[in-house]
Design a protein around this ligand. Structure first.
Ligand code: GAL
Length: 821
């Protein structure tokens, strides 16, 4: 336990500002205590600058005195209001990813998906964003911050010509207190310059302000951002203790410091207050940050779990000088987590085998700029196959991804990548932990991934020891892992939870024997690499049949068999859940997306989805593949496979039995079948009886389009999206698995923000209103505007009858998030 946990109240040091103007402390006695958090995503101006050609960079930083020479000397787009004309720039709303707007080119970066951006494309590597906002006069005296959830990458920010700082990371959130630089009662211009000349990871990363931006206003006395810690524990009788610590930044004069207090309320999912506590402190000097805490008892808590992810809200209310000056609500869950070196993972005392996927934040149509509702769509798709853990490879994710995991019941391993024991590295660990520690979904911190220069040696062991001890001081309640590949013997000797990247690199049984205190889990394991719906290799077209032996060794089944058979292994996290742009290994151009996914870039399942669903869930599964449309291949022998969790399966071709086989646990079944058009029927048996049948038939030509939206009741907030599956049916109404028709879309009352089809070698535009079907499927993502009312999407394709979806877009819920216009 850290010292402050015991002492409850601690002075944590000087804050970086002292209020120099006379301020009214009683900001507001309203429900927010004077705090406002405004979304600032709309109406940014955007243009490309240049990394080295100052003319193309709008003459930025060419003044005799530059922005790092003299305060307030931002020039070019960084200049104050009225000194730079951005009226010809493009207007856009965030989140924005300009990489996904660039074409695919053969000389683009392989790891990043062959886009005409990044190394070698200087004309589109610097992006400038500008936004002009009005700050009311009455805000004078409040603390006002610009909050960026993440900008890719190397961002610099100015307000009114004042340089605020630089953030090299494309993944860490950051904030600037701008109170001292603002024009109160007038216009203010914010300028952001980011530069993607250098890549940060080895996968598609997007470009620009691809996460939300917020404007936060508080009273001078306020709860520090990310300064709240909530730790829950549940006793044997089922009662919960909720321990809370809050950092309060204190910028008052001495006299007013007396009588500061924090009141806590725990609100349950129905909005009922179930616990209350208050804590007080006196006489703290101005300019300090203090930490206060309380313990609250919730006698009959509803526990957060994968099946019932119940969330509570902690309300922290700060009073100073007799008035409420700040109020922050934090969602949290009441749950216990425990890892055991012999038995694996326990949630609320119950054993849970970790069944997971790694994922980058990248989706068809939108790239890295993933709207919040799409996060939900992706997490639900992973849950549908029984997956219960998501590793944020290889960086802290968008905050809304963690919110989705909290809400939907998905465990998370949160990761910071670059290993080292310098301020750069430790600061990244600290920012990740402080931002994400109250998410009940987060069960473990990952401090690195495959650091080949250090993982097998003493340097790696030393760095890990330092990082782990540092992280433990920040969060003594969670375990730390590092994902290790070939270099066992360095990091693997000191890390408390060894992350195994691919079992082919070492002997987990031996490791467990030699390090009996250590938890072991599979942080990466190979899937069956494959292109959805493809059963013959076609390198020219960038398509591959399922690989029996993937690039990292083995396949989805060999991996699961290893982990399922060993109780000491906490579980396995496959590489990857979704396909992502970049790393199309072992293929190259024209393939531009990876094919590791169990789902493709749209979230359409590949065959191994059903293998995992069969062994990861209790739902009946009977999946037969390949499809049965092979004109010209009559008489050719096919390897017909079945993924199922029934006891036995019988396969029939055109009514004739090809034999019944018992299903091996964690295995699959296969038959050699000479192709003849018609029907391939699988019958699943339990207790000797047929309990399920599935038929794969030879289908006719595409005759009709169908669109299936994930949701039709949307919020008119310019953010909400619906994800629509587009498929083609033959004249008999059966899905055509090989259809590749070009589909065009038209929308009224909303907008199309992206299209995709999961083809890892498609070079069609993501930002378009047309897309070809790929093996029978395409996806279109539509978004609301601020205009409530009906939204209608139509799809057309030559020679096919079209399809239509009607949505309702309503204001309900839209008011919940206030915004800066
Ligand atoms: C791993 C790495 C992943 C990804 C994968 C591709 O070594 O951690 O990020 O690159 O290989 O096989």
């Amino acid at each position: 336990m850290r010292a402050s946990f015991r002492s409850w109240i601690r002075v944590t040091g000087l804050v970086s500002f002292v209020v120099s103007v006379a301020v009214s402390l009683v900001m507001a006695a309203d429900a927010s205590g004077g705090r406002e958090r405004l979304r600032m995503d709309d109406g940014w101006r955007f243009a490309f600058g240049h990394p080295s050609d100052t003319k193309k960079d709008f003459g930025h930083a060419t003044g005799y005195f530059a922005y790092i020479t003299k305060t307030g000397f931002g020039d070019g787009p960084a200049a104050p209001v009225g000194k730079f004309d951005d009226s010809a720039w493009r207007t856009l709303d965030l989140p924005h990813d300009w990489a996904v707007e660039q074409p695919n080119v053969a000389n683009g970066s392989h790891s990043h998906g062959y886009r005409a951006v990044g190394p070698g494309f200087p004309d589109v590597n610097v992006g400038w964003y500008r936004k002009t906002i009005t700050i009311p006069k009455e805000d004078l005296g409040r603390r006002i911050s610009l909050v960026f959830d993440g900008v890719f990458r190397a961002s610099r920010v100015w307000v009114n010509g004042f340089y605020l700082g630089e953030e090299p990371s494309g993944y860490l959130g950051f904030r600037y207190d701008v109170s001292d630089y603002l024009n109160y009662g007038g216009e203010n211009v914010i300028a952001v310059r980011c530069d993607v000349t250098m890549e940060e990871g080895w996968f598609y990363e997007g470009a620009g302000i691809y996460r939300h931006v917020w404007l936060e206003k508080t009273a001078p006395v306020h709860l520090v951002a990310d300064g709240t810690t909530i730790v829950t524990d549940v006793d044997e009788a089922g009662a919960a203790k909720v321990q809370v610590w809050s950092e309060v930044a204190h910028a008052l004069g001495k006299a007013e410091a007396a009588g500061m207090s924090v009141r806590y309320l725990v609100i349950d999912a129905d909005g009922k207050s179930v616990a209350e506590a208050a804590t007080e402190m006196q006489g703290v000097e101005a300019g300090e940050t203090v930490e206060l805490g309380s313990a609250l008892a919730v006698t009959k808590p509803q526990l957060w779990s994968i099946e019932t992810p119940v969330l509570y809200t902690l309300v922290a209310e700060v009073s100073a000088g007799g008035a409420v000056v700040d109020r922050v609500e934090t969602k949290f869950g009441i749950r216990t987590v425990r890892f055991d070196p012999n038995e694996g993972f326990f949630l609320n005392g119950k054993h849970v085998k970790l069944k997971g996927t790694n994922n980058h934040q990248d989706h068809a149509g939108v790239g890295a700029a993933i709207p919040d509702a799409l996060q939900d769509f992706r997490i639900k798709a992973l849950k549908a196959m029984g997956s219960n853990v998501y590793r944020c490879s290889h960086n802290p994710p968008t905050p809304e991804l963690l919110d989705a995991c909290d809400r939907l019941g998905m465990l998370v391993i949160d990761e910071t990548r670059l290993m080292g024991s310098n301020p750069l590295h430790l600061d990244a660990v600290e920012r990740m932990i402080r931002r994400d520690r109250n998410h009940p979904s987060v069960i473990m911190w990952s401090l690195g991934n495959e650091e080949w220069a250090i993982e097998g040696n003493i340097t790696g062991a030393r760095i890990t020891t330092t990082m782990q001890a540092f992280a433990k001081r920040l969060d003594p309640t969670r375990m730390m892992t590092v994902a290790i590949s070939g270099g066992w013997g360095g990091i693997s000797t000191v890390i408390e939870a060894m992350g195994v990247n691919y079992i082919r690199h070492g002997d987990t049984d031996k490791q467990h024997k030699e390090f009996p205190w250590q938890v072991i889990l599979g942080t990466e394991e190979t899937t069956t690499q494959a292109t959805r719906g493809i059963y013959f290799d076609d390198k020219e077209r960038g398509h591959m049949a399922p690989l029996e032996d993937g690039t990292s060794g083995g396949n989805v089944e060999t991996g699961w068999k290893h982990y399922a058979a060993r109780p000491y292994l906490a579980g396995v996290i496959y590489w990857t859940g979704f396909d992502y742009r970049g790393e199309p290994n072992p293929l190259k151009w024209p393939a531009v997306s990876s094919q590791f996914g169990i789902l493709d870039t749209c979230g359409f399942p590949k065959d191994s989805f059903y293998y995992l669903k069969a062994w990861w869930t209790d739902e009946p599964v009977l999946h037969v593949f390949p499809h049965w449309n092979w004109p010209g291949k009559e008489g050719q022998e096919f390897d017909v496979r079945v993924h199922s969790n029934h006891e036995a399966v019988e396969l029939l071709l055109n009514g004739k039995s090809l034999g019944k086989q018992d299903m091996p646990r964690n295995g699959h079944l296969a038959w050699k079948v000479a192709y003849a058009p018609g029907a391939l029927e699988a019958r699943g048996y339990r207790g000797g009886k047929v309990v399920e049948t599935r038929t794969v038939e030879t289908r006719g030509l595409a005759a009709k389009l169908v669109m299936t939206p994930d949701r039709t009741a949307l919020t008119a907030d310019n953010q909400d999206v619906s994800v629509i599956t587009v498929s083609a049916l033959d004249a008999q109404g059966r899905a055509v698995p090989v259809a590749d028709n070009l589909v065009t879309f038209e929308i009224t009352g909303g907008k199309i923000i992206g299209v995709g089809n999961g083809d890892p070698a498609s070079h069609e535009a993501d930002k378009a209103s047309e897309r070809k079907l790929f093996n029978g499927l395409a996806q279109v993502i539509v978004q609301t505007t601020y205009q409530a009312g009906p939204m209608v999407l139509k799809a057309k394709s030559e020679g096919l009858s079209g399809a239509m979806v009607e949505f309702t877009s309503s204001q309900a819920g839209a008011a919940a998030v206030a915004r800066v216009k």
